[in-house]
Design a protein. Structure first.
Lengths: 361, 361
């Protein structure tokens, strides 16, 4: 593999010094880019794109051609594991992901097996290898998976949900079956992420997109616990480097201390907490990634620049910040607005690195 | 007015001793009740029901005929103020509330006036008087309003939203215009809630349903500030009793200390924080209301009882807890499940009141 020319992301995730704050954007390969929409149309369907390693590589690289980003992130979907388990993932226009065969009872849970990442999910590891080769060491590649709880919500509900009635009824009425489902998923995620790491992913992120739907107690029992199991089971070193693990539990800002206690290297943050407060709460146990409100990118560049500065200032001086949004970039964002954001992070962030500020600064 | 026979709610909201934890349920007059659905059908439309004081009174009382609840809550909608401002509220099946004339620019903001609660909103104060008479002092009546920020989201977006792109663009691009809109709304809410209090509402709640969509800084500037203005402007005593004010900012658990600093008597809590943690953070400054996950009511009664006990135990001993859900009851809940919940709160909660526990308890 080519030597890594820009290791800001990996260093910042490990709270090591950098010259400026690294930045990548959740869903940076996505619908706000016209060149993405063109390839997506050519592929015919979202999964047609995600399961084709060459096309997945192409869309992964698209934002890097336009923008100076410090990382690439594998183009894929969080629901590849349940699809590989045989649930029949498909996307319905305007309704998001659906499963043809949702998991509705304990018998269905007990029939689920851990997919072989080298077989049903080989398209993912093939994409990772293809992308790594194409990146040629320019920036690191981030791999990812959904969290067990988040995967379980889609598998039990059969798709997106607002109230999570079915999956929560499972948790409250048959917690033993819920734990079996979550344990199977945790083992599947471990194998899947380790396969991504072996194929070349240099950092991995677990998206716990629906952690915030759970009560504080249920979050610890049904989501946090399985993310901790994943962190424990991951290959943490590869190609002679530490492979950082990021946990992103959206809407779970009351749980930061517990998330920091899992052994993850970094936490993703949504925008409902200041980085200053989060840093005060987790101390030097983890790096922090985030947390600009994605809606800021709809406003004029002056407003975007001011809000970018506010996020940088809130984290303040020192190592351990990766600039990102607090959730994925939305399709309506004009690409030049993202350009304005990145320029500002590049311009302003160096002042927070280097020598520590003295009282006379 | 008839003397109040059950003042548990008012006492608990003021952190005064009670014999057992009072309980009411957000959206207790709602679609999970077949008798509600029957009247709703008879009224023809949601607003037809809300604007008819006799029918609004009838649906307000329905849950009290079935269940032993410690409060009635006015049947109305959070969007009555923008409707009275001339925005043309209507409900589209499956899509929720819509405005015919959304507020899209600074000129539209500057044209908005504060509605006269005795004119455009007289149907609300009429309903309050009708309900108070019908209640005959059995339990107190809670009045309510949407928060300025939450009202603004619907007014600018034209309806419900997922990403709040339009209203957030207003905040970031033209904060002065946003502040004028929010100030107008705060003044309207003050007049509206004071009119409800004068008509007989014995406690009032401000629903900041979308406070959690804002960044931590934007929440303080665009939501919290206007709720504090409302708390300052409310009539806090009527009929010789204190009228408690409850603020419910959903998804804002990083902001509890700031919310407690507004001068409100109590905070509503969603289920993503334990009452124990929240109580530790706000101390004895405010009472707490909540916070069972509404989805628990879909599970079997045994599970409901266990989770009810967990909520009571989390708050623990002493005054200042009003049992409620962390959000509204959903239409799918079998009414007998709510009965099981209420029975459990009645049975278990007395142990947390009365004399303080001694080390030998």
């Amino acid at each position: 593999m080519a030597e890594l020319k820009n290791d800001r992301l990996l260093r910042a995730l490990l709270r090591q010094d950098v010259d400026r704050t690294p930045v990548w954007i959740m869903r940076q390969a996505g619908r706000y880019l016209p060149e993405y929409r063109a390839i997506r149309e050519q592929a015919g369907s979202f999964m047609g794109l995600a399961t084709n390693p060459e096309l997945a590589c192409e869309v992964t690289l698209q934002p890097l051609r336009r923008f100076e980003l410090d990382a690439a992130i594998l183009f894929s979907d969080i629901l590849t594991i349940p699809d590989a388990m045989g649930l029949g993932l498909h996307f319905v226009q305007g309704e998001g992901p659906k499963f043809e065969r949702p998991v509705r009872d304990a018998r269905a849970i007990d029939r689920l097996g851990v997919p072989d990442p080298g077989a049903e999910l080989a398209y993912v590891t093939d994409a990772v290898r293809t992308i790594r080769k194409a990146l040629d060491g320019d920036v690191p590649l981030i791999g990812f998976s959904g969290s067990p709880w988040t995967l379980a919500t889609y598998m039990v509900e059969g798709g997106s949900s607002r109230s999570f009635g079915r999956v929560k009824t499972l948790l409250y009425e048959d917690p033993a079956a819920a734990h079996r489902l979550l344990d199977t998923l945790a083992r599947a995620v471990i194998e899947y992420l380790n396969a991504q790491i072996e194929a070349g992913a240099q950092a991995v992120q677990v998206f716990d997109s629906w952690g915030g739907a759970l009560s504080a107690e249920a979050f610890r029992e049904f989501s946090l616990r399985y993310m901790a199991q994943i962190v424990d089971g991951l290959k943490r070193e590869h190609e002679g480097r530490r492979v950082p693990v990021v946990l992103f539990s959206k809407g779970c800002n009351t749980q930061l201390e517990a998330l920091a206690g899992t052994g993850a290297d970094a936490l993703g943050l949504d925008w409902t907490i200041t980085l200053d407060e989060a840093r005060g709460r987790v101390g030097d146990r983890v790096a922090l990634q985030g947390n600009l409100d994605p809606a800021v990118l709809l406003a004029r560049p002056e407003a975007i620049r001011a809000e970018a500065d506010r996020v940088l200032e809130s984290f303040g001086h020192g190592a351990g910040h990766v600039f990102n949004l607090g959730h994925g970039i939305t399709p309506e964002v004009p690409p030049e607005h993202l350009g304005a954001l990145l320029d500002q992070v590049h311009a302003t962030s160096p002042r927070y690195h280097g020598r520590a500020p003295s009282p006379s600064d």
